[in-house]
Design a protein around this ligand. Structure first.
Ligand code: S3P
Length: 167
């Protein structure tokens, strides 16, 4: 069974995935990292080909990952916005939404220029995206986990205990 993490930029998906991998013996993968290995930096992909092209690369990645088992999959913030990607990852996985308040997200993305969607003002962009995306993450998720003020390991332990309750 794969553990799939979704949520906003700065929700802590990559760090929680590392902790989950350590605690559960699964291998951690990150959809952004897989895309960057094959196609180069995300900022360059957005600049050269646009967001729609990047979203197609995400779906290609979802297809590849849907054949694998026992992974922890940290998804990019927009990954589960496409229903097809959710359907693919749900074949062998449960999706957890790492929910966080705006203040928490802002603190985590501060000073990081690697996210093209936050160029030109992280706070303004996150304020716009958060209310639009939150219901989508909620619908995509099998479980919602609140992350504000918690350590990465604490969040990972909750996910593992809730995963065992799903079956
Ligand atoms: C995006 C989030 C990023 C990355 C890309 C687009 C988004 O991933 O996939 O910049 O649409 O929210 P993180 O959530 O890991 O920052």
């Amino acid at each position: 069974m794969n553990i799939v993490l979704c949520g906003m930029m700065g929700a802590g998906k990559t760090s929680v995935a590392q902790s989950l991998a350590r605690l559960s013996g699964r291998r951690a993968v990150d959809t952004d990292a897989l895309i960057e290995e094959k196609y180069g930096k995300i900022t360059d992909i957005f600049a050269a080909h646009g967001e729609a092209y990047f979203r197609d690369l995400e779906t290609e990645t979802a297809r590849a990952l849907s054949a694998w088992d026992d992974l922890v999959i940290a998804t990019g913030g927009g990954f589960v916005l496409r229903q097809e990607n959710c359907d693919l990852l749900k074949k062998k996985g449960k999706i957890f939404f790492l929910r966080a308040r705006l203040e928490t997200l802002l603190a985590r993305v501060a000073g990081d220029a690697s996210r093209p969607l936050l160029a030109g003002g992280a706070e303004k962009k996150l304020r716009e995206l958060l209310p639009v995306r939150t219901p989508v993450y909620e619908r995509a998720a099998d479980c919602i986990v609140d992350t504000d003020g918690r350590t990465v390991d604490d969040i990972a332990r909750e996910i593992l205990s809730r995963l065992s309750g799903i079956f």
